[in-house]
Design a protein around this ligand. Structure first.
Ligand code: HEM
Length: 181
């Protein structure tokens, strides 16, 4: 009996250690995050987004007059930034996101929380990373324009010749602010 108890103890301790040793955020998104994404997709028309592409990447400001939705957007950014920092995957079935995760350490991302939303500045450390960053900006714009339809579909990675299909030609041009009502 004592041996069994000791063994259980050892197993418990080792599983506790292996849990803490692993990257924290692997696995499916927590329910709370899935609910936030579903809500943002549903209420995409309440999100206003302006994107400026530049030589080094992009800046994007996404806001809403609804305080609760703004809080959810901030929570989304905080979670996703921490998840990508921990090198955990997101949307592994969507090639553009697999590519984003692969290039994340080649991006400098600055997130500024605003009262009514978030401002994000992303700089790519090389030409490919710039393309990956801008592709992601277009995809997020698609989420805010189309909601669930865009969230459900796959997106092309940036480093293919037809990645511009992820967004309108207009938005692929640099330094054109684009606002959404
Ligand atoms: C399954 C769906 C989604 C996933 C996996 C996802 C994932 C991500 C990831 C990985 C980032 C990058 C964070 C960083 O760079 O540190 C991000 C940023 C962002 N996401 Fe999502 N997202 C999803 C849906 C949405 C939806 C539906 C919206 C809004 C309608 C949204 C709005 C944003 C915004 C505004 C940013 C900041 C980047 C930017 O402004 O260009 N996301 N998301």
């Amino acid at each position: 009996m004592k041996t069994i108890r000791t063994l259980t103890h050892v197993l418990l301790i080792s599983s506790t250690f292996s849990l803490t040793a692993q990257p924290a955020m692997r696995g499916p998104l927590p329910d709370e995050q899935q609910e936030i994404i579903a809500e943002m997709a549903k209420r995409h028309q309440d999100l206003k987004r302006a994107v400026e592409l530049n030589d080094k990447g992009y800046t994007a400001t996404t806001t809403t007059t609804d305080k609760a939705l703004a809080a959810k957007l901030k929570a989304h950014l905080k979670y996703m930034a921490a998840r990508l920092d921990s090198k955990a995957m997101v949307r592994r079935w969507d090639p553009a996101f697999v590519e984003l995760v692969e290039y994340y350490d080649q991006l400098d991302t600055k997130i500024t929380e605003l009262d009514d939303g978030v401002k994000v500045g992303v700089i790519g450390k090389n030409a490919d990373a710039v393309k990956v960053a801008q592709n992601h900006a277009r995809i997020v714009t698609g989420f805010t324009k189309e909601g669930a339809k865009a969230v459900e579909r796959e997106h092309k990675p940036a480093l293919t010749k037809d990645a511009a299909e992820n967004g309108s030609k207009k938005e692929a041009e640099p330094a054109k602010p684009e606002a959404k009502k």
